[in-house]
Design a protein around this ligand. Structure first.
Ligand SMILES: *[C@@H]1O[C@H](CO)[C@@H](O)[C@H](O)[C@H]1NC(C)=O
Length: 304
């Protein structure tokens, strides 16, 4: 009798579990707005996995791009942009070549700024090609997506999510000028969290803290050039003044392609998840040149 009751309870619990799992296992529709270049390579693995778990992914990308090509695990929607593939490729090439040039740092700075401006303009035009494409927007709006998956380093997807009122999941390494930190509303005290490129440790002397405050100022201009266009587009589309931080702050989940093995400790929020390992999803053995380089930087005894 007691056994029967217990059994019935187990069956009931099992049924309830199935019902819950059933709801969780419902396939979702994911709108993916990727960032160009290597950013897409990690995101592609996430999209592949979403597909394997029965979700449907639609990837929107400009017709002219670097790595985002149609594959069998997602539906691809493209839109036109005012650039030819040749122009796009040459822009990207000069940008990469700059990193390896040995010139005076002033020349380097000016060249980098000029190249960054050109690249920013390209991404801005690309975003306009998406957000002001009436047919595509109507189609996306009618497709009732459950979520937008996007890399906010190119905030176009974040703006699109806000425009279509779809919850956004951000998939990123970081956003320059600590916009990700502002968007997640994490405390970010200058005295404790070392800033990008300062090479400061997480326990700083007074002068390192001063350096920590001054360095970010130099990046502000770059961010202003690169990100104001998205505030302009968002404000136009939403018909009210809206800041980029406000758009980023509406992100539901933040999946950071980082890990505290490499990054400094800092305060985080409960909707931030660290998924640094996904960068190694597509690993291959290092070439000999690479191995020699890695060993010269990290002598063997330091590799855990
Ligand atoms: C999406 O569709 C809804 C319902 O038809 C409409 O109210 C809304 O304005 C549309 N949004 C956009 C961005 O077109």
């Amino acid at each position: 009798m007691a056994l029967g009751l217990q059994l019935r309870r187990h069956v009931l619990a099992g049924l309830l579990l199935c019902l819950c799992a059933g709801r969780w296992a419902e396939a979702g529709k994911v709108l993916v707005v990727p960032m160009e270049g290597s950013h897409w390579l990690s995101m592609r693995e996430a999209v592949r996995e979403l597909h394997a778990r029965g979700h449907q992914a639609v990837v929107v990308a400009p017709e002219v791009n670097m790595h985002i090509k149609a594959e069998d695990f997602f539906i691809m929607k493209t839109y036109s942009i005012p650039y030819t593939q040749e122009k796009f490729d040459s822009l990207m090439k000069t940008h990469v070549h700059l990193l390896f040039e040995k010139v005076h740092w002033v020349t380097m700075f000016l060249q980098t700024m000029a190249s960054l401006k050109k690249a920013s303009l390209l991404f801005e035009r690309s975003c306009e090609g998406l957000l002001y494409n009436k047919d595509l927007i109507r189609h996306l709006n009618a497709s009732s997506f459950d979520v937008v998956l996007t890399d906010p380093v190119h905030p176009c997807g974040a703006v699109l999510a806000k425009y279509l009122s779809i919850p956004a999941v951000f998939f990123l390494r970081s956003v320059p000028c600590d916009l990700d930190v502002e968007g997640t509303a994490c405390p970010n005290p200058f005295s404790y969290v070392p800033r990008l490129l300062t090479t400061n440790p997480d326990r700083m002397t007074f002068f390192q803290r001063v350096k920590n405050m001054l360095y970010p100022l130099s990046l502000k201009y770059i961010c202003w050039v690169s990100f104001t266009p998205y505030e302009r587009m968002a404000s136009e589309l939403l018909q009210r003044e809206v800041s980029l931080v406000e758009i980023l702050a509406s992100g539901s989940m933040w999946l950071f392609r980082g890990d505290f093995v490499m990054d400094y400790p800092r305060p985080i929020m409960p909707n931030m998840v660290f998924i640094g390992g996904i960068n190694c999803a597509n690993r291959k053995p290092l070439s000999q040149v690479c191995t020699a380089f890695v060993l010269s930087v990290f002598p063997v005894e330091h590799i855990p």
